[in-house]
Design a protein around this ligand. Structure first.
Ligand code: SF4
Length: 319
């Protein structure tokens, strides 16, 4: 796989806190990430770890509490309304639930045509032709344009969601758990579709998922988050072959290995993710970590490069 090094997005010290009963709920606490052009970065963690909030804050669907996001070198958090409307063409999102994200009363033609109307990209015959072209691009047929969402399966509805995102020729798409609500047999089809569209249309993805099973097949690099914090980042090969952080190891141990001769220690994650309203002191993972030491309750582990381009935040790797 060719190394992609041209920076498209730079996320710098992004925080997203929600005030709850006068206390800050730290959904995303200091996110730093570069996403290169044509790359897919997988963003993984259990429910409630802040990954979906992170995705939405990066494209400013949610307003940040602090930080910067540079898109092609410009800080989008300083953009005014008009600039944001323009930016929406470049940055799109595909949602998790294809059932909830499509308006049941709208025909597919209007669902996919809506972004074309908003951005004045096509009308009349040209709009119809563009909708048909987009349907074919995602593996559906032009005659599907006259139907309603309930006439489609889950996988087909996700294809419609993808067509809608592609209508404006985006450069970057946040794929917010796009396969989690689908049957396993359909998940691979959607991942393959996203991969082939990426090649055809030079797309860059942030692909959010709650487990590591499918992410490997689509991601160049993977970022693991826990309780709003970054815990590990590396290329996907190194992450699967040599995970460093105890949380990543636990997540990976739940992924089935197709080769029966390869054995991996099964690490069961005890308990739930603690509430981000009162996260544990020191390392946020310490209440569930079997390697936790005294200092883990006192000192926040620093983010460091343990191997070339393989980063983690854990005291086990302090020298
Ligand atoms: Fe476990 Fe300590 Fe590493 Fe946190 S810093 S993951 S508690 S060993």
């Amino acid at each position: 796989m060719a190394v992609k090094t041209q920076k498209l997005i730079e996320v710098k010290n992004v925080k997203k806190y929600f005030p709850i009963q006068k206390k800050p709920l730290k959904a995303v606490d200091d996110l730093n990430l570069i996403i290169n052009k044509g790359e897919t970065v997988g963003l993984v963690g259990e429910s409630g770890c802040g990954k979906s909030t992170a995705g939405k804050t990066i494209i400013r669907l949610l307003e940040p509490t602090a930080g910067e996001v540079l898109f092609e070198g410009e800080n989008i958090y300083e953009f005014n309304q008009r600039q944001m409307k323009e930016l929406r063409k470049d940055m799109q999102i595909i949602f998790q639930d294809p059932y909830a994200s499509l308006n049941p009363r709208m025909k597919i033609e209007d669902i996919i045509g809506e972004p074309l109307d908003i951005h004045h990209l096509a009308k009349g015959k040209k709009r119809k032709e563009r909708v048909h072209e987009l349907l074919e691009l995602v593996g559906l047929r032009p005659e599907h344009a006259n139907r309603f969402p309930h006439e489609f399966s889950g996988g087909q509805r996700q294809r419609i969601g993808i067509a809608r995102a592609l209508a404006v020729h985006p450069k970057f798409i946040v794929c917010d758990e796009p396969i989690s609500a689908l049957d396993v047999s359909i998940q691979a089809q959607i991942v393959n579709l996203l991969k082939s569209l990426q090649e055809k249309m030079d797309l860059t993805y942030l692909f959010i998922a709650h487990d590591l099973s499918m992410v490997k097949y689509i991601s160049d690099r993977i970022l693991v988050m826990y309780l709003g914090n970054m815990v590990e980042l590396s290329d996907s090969g190194s992450l699967y072959d040599e995970p460093l952080h105890p949380y990543t190891k636990a997540l990976l141990s739940a992924v089935p290995i197709p080769d029966p001769t390869v054995k991996r220690e099964r690490i069961v994650l005890e308990g739930e993710v603690p509430t981000p309203l009162s996260p544990p002191s020191g390392c946020v993972f310490r209440t569930r970590c079997k390697y936790a030491m005294e200092r883990c309750a006192i000192e926040i582990p620093k983010w460091k490069e343990v191997k070339p381009s393989h980063f983690t935040a854990c005291h086990l790797y302090d020298v």
